[in-house]
Design a protein around this ligand. Sequence first.
Ligand code: PNS
Length: 177
Amino acid sequence: MESPNCTLAVYPGSFDPITNGHLDLITRGLKLFDRIIIAVAVNPAKTPLFTLEERLELIKESLRDYPQRHRIEVDAFEGLLMDYVKRVNAKAILRGLRAVSDFEYEFQMALMNRRLNSDVETFFLMTGMRWIYISSRIIKEVVMAGGSVTGLVPEPVEKKLLEKLNPGALEQERNFP
Ligand code: PNS
């Protein structure tokens, strides 16, 4: 049975798709929390590249050999994040901050979430310097334009991105490895 003192954080996001920056944040988060739930948002206002099922599957595949896998859960949520956080009985939300440009949006979101439930705190962790310039959006842009994202996303994600956005490059790689 789980200890009542076990600390749990929800790490929400679109994860369209998961990047090495996200994985870095999870590693940092696991130094502070016993368990982390990666909560993938079903956001009807956004049109993601990957379906919800694909995003969940890519996260799971990317974590397959992760040493702390047993401390991570992967789930989806719809509607208000704070309703989900309450449902899973968490007291903490984890978010990454890359640069000043992230701050305004994150600040707004954290304050709104606090207004919705002041018992839950948002924890911001600085992304590792290696990943400071990457985002799911820029990764997709680069792949679509024919650039390489090797080393910036987990392997299964790179493969799936090529399949969706640049199938020609994948074919070439197969023929001339
Ligand atoms: O990775 P993202 O797209 O920056 O993640 C944003 C996300 C999913 C965390 C945010 O949009 C969210 O929490 N959506 C759920 C709806 C909600 O609770 N909105 C109010 C919070 S301001």
